[in-house]
Design a protein around this ligand. Structure first.
Ligand code: ATP
Ligand code: MG
Length: 575
């Protein structure tokens, strides 16, 4: 490709909308253009990378025996009603009506569609196991689209689905997919951690996420150096320092606390640590108010709480609702004497003796509150947010927190889709049994962003060779000098002839601009033909992060050919 006619709209300035370094580089390298919030076009250099990454993923899927198919994004409401997910996905799903007023959705994921295929066309255990995958556009009306294509509303995903006779079969299919994900991430040179995860709207019996550790990730990973335990904070469990307060249960009392409503103020007022306080939070679970009780020094894990309640959306109630329910200003809620709403209580709370709470009166707190005697909860559960410094439940080692980007998620579904959808096969003994399923997602566009986020320097992107938009660029420093131009053109023709992915920077701009642009978009090999060539007959060969070597032009050409050949062999090995 000739730079002079290529559509690679690079930018020097930092775009105002860039939220992270990776987002900035994608915009500056001319890879993406936003059309609307969370909705992006991929421009030619960006789309080349997407296509290459798809190919890496495709090869690894085929290698574990999965077969590619393609399912529709536009889907009738009926199949989503069969599993109850039309309502469960709520406003995250893009929904609309067709000209005949029938309800449709744009699929955020494809469990229903693939199960519909398999229940119709796979009838016998002899056709199992079966793994199917597609690379397709997904639609999710995310509440907070962010960081460019990392959290978009329209994005590309590889999703795979396995169908087995029994749990043992699922274990094998799951392991094969897990290993495929590990290989994909290795080929992309992405360091990753596999963590226990919450299964969210997909459901099933257990799931593992693949996280790329990076300071700008939206997810938080809890991990233990001692035993290797690692989990998404949404799911993580831990042992916390118990706080025992011995002594007899005393009588409750309401104490005026005129200027104290926050935990810190109340702790200072009574001169007791935050551990003695029960925080009472009022939430809207979908549209129902609930109370959540947690020890003063702990935080609520809203995912654990939402799972226990069984709701889609959990949001803190507004001040007016809190005042209506507690009959007091915000800051004075407590479990004793609150209006009758469901109470969810963290399992640390019943262990507390003579605790402090809000009194459900303005400017007042209640002391000597005891679980069982003064209040009970509708449900006691672990809803605590694990924090750095907590202890590992397996080995008691200290837990650490690290931010990360979730790039893949693999689930053991069991029969949560096949049962409600009546997807069964004839087993060897003649009985009809539901398929035992797994599903496996990896974000294609998010992976590209994760690579850039974690692999760059002050000059631009550093690509793993397999997905770089071009392998090499030839830079004639001055296109007006015939000798320079001719040798650059000759090398370009030779490399094109050999099937190498090469650019020639034939623009009439300064050499400095050319170097800057090519480093920004991250071309792995730069071959410069400049003044040196005129004096020594040598060209300069440089890897994106390596030192410069002056070598004869034929050597430079053969080095690029060798690299290109190596990449081709590498991917052929995987087919
Ligand atoms: P998240 O927790 O980040 O919202 P999820 O758990 O809902 O993701 P899955 O349903 O597990 O996502 O989807 C599989 C993969 O698809 C994710 O691991 C991620 O790589 C990608 N993905 C999910 N949502 C988005 C999005 N909004 N934009 C880009 N990629 C996404
Ligand atoms: Mg996930």
């Amino acid at each position: 490709m000739r730079w002079s006619s290529a559509f690679i709209p690079t930018r020097r300035d930092k775009p105002a909308e860039a939220e992270t370094r990776g987002h900035e580089l994608m915009l500056r390298a001319g890879m993406i253009k936003q059309l609307s919030s969370g909705i992006y076009s991929y421009l030619p250099p960006g789309y080349r990378v997407i296509r290459k990454l798809e190919e890496v993923v495709r090869q690894e899927m085929v290698r574990v025996g999965a077969q590619e198919l393609f399912m529709p994004a536009m889907q009738p409401r009926e199949i989503w009603d069969e599993t109850g997910r039309w309502d469960k996905y709520g406003s995250n799903m893009v929904k609309f009506r067709d000209r005949n007023n029938r309800a449709y959705g744009l699929a955020p994921t494809h469990e229903e569609a693939v199960t519909d295929i398999v229940r119709a066309l796979v009838l016998s255990y002899r056709q199992l196991p079966l793994s199917l995958f597609q690379i397709q556009t997904k639609f999710r009306d995310e509440a907070r689209p962010r960081f460019g294509v990392i959290r978009a509303r329209e994005f590309s995903m590889k999703d795979a689905y396995s169908f087995d006779i029994d749990e043992q079969g699922l274990d094998r299919s799951f392991q094969a997919m897990f290993d495929a994900y590990v290989r994909i991430l290795q080929r992309l040179r992405l360091p990753s951690i596999a963590v226990e995860a919450d299964s969210g709207a997909i459901g099933g019996t257990g799931s593992v996420e693949f996280m790329i550790p990076t300071g700008t990730g939206e997810d938080q990973i809890i991990y233990c150096d001692g035993c290797g335990y690692a989990a998404n904070i949404e799911k993580a469990v831990s042992r916390y320092e118990p706080y025992y307060f011995d002594g007899d249960m005393l009588s409750t009392e309401i104490v005026p606390t005129p200027h104290a409503s926050t935990i810190d103020e109340v702790s200072a007022f009574f001169d007791v640590p935050a551990q003695r306080f029960i925080k009472t939070l009022i939430y809207y679970a979908d549209n129902t108010p609930i109370a959540a009780l947690i020890r003063g020094d702990h935080e609520v894990n809203e995912v654990k709480l939402a799972n226990a309640v069984g709701c889609q959306e959990l949001v803190l109630a507004d001040a007016r609702t809190i005042e209506e329910i507690t009959h007091a200003r915000v800051g004075f809620a407590g479990p004793v004497g609150i209006d009758r709403i469901p109470i969810y209580c963290d399992d640390a709370v019943p262990l507390m003796r003579n605790a402090l709470t809000g009194a459900n009166q303005d400017d007042a707190h209640m002391i000597n509150v005891n679980y069982g005697r003064d209040f009970v909860a509708d449900q006691v559960l672990d809803m605590r947010r694990t924090a750095a410094g907590d202890h590992c439940t397996r080995c008691d080692g200290p837990l650490r927190v690290q931010r990360g980007i979730e790039v893949g998620h693999v689930f053991k579904l069991g029969t949560v889709y096949s049962e409600p959808m009546h997807a069964t096969f004839a087993a060897e003994d003649g009985s009809e049994r539901p398929f035992v399923m797994g599903c496996y997602g990896i974000g294609i566009s998010r992976l590209v962003a994760a690579v850039i986020e974690t692999s760059n320097d002050e000059n631009g992107i550093i690509w793993p060779l397999e997905i770089a938009p071009y392998l090499a660029v030839i830079i004639p420093t001055n296109v007006d000098t015939p000798q320079i131009r001719d040798v650059a053109e000759k090398m370009y023709a030779e490399l094109c002839e050999e099937g190498c992915e090469v650019l020639i920077d034939d623009r009439a701009v300064s050499a400095g601009t050319k170097f800057k642009d090519n480093d920004l978009i991250g071309i792995p090999v730069t071959i410069t033909v400049g003044k040196n060539y005129l004096s020594s007959g040598l060209v300069e060969y440089r890897l994106r992060t390596g030192a410069l070597a002056a070598i004869p032009e034929e050597t430079a050409v053969s080095r690029v050919c060798d690299l290109s050949e190596m990449l081709r062999n590498q991917s052929e090995r995987y087919i």
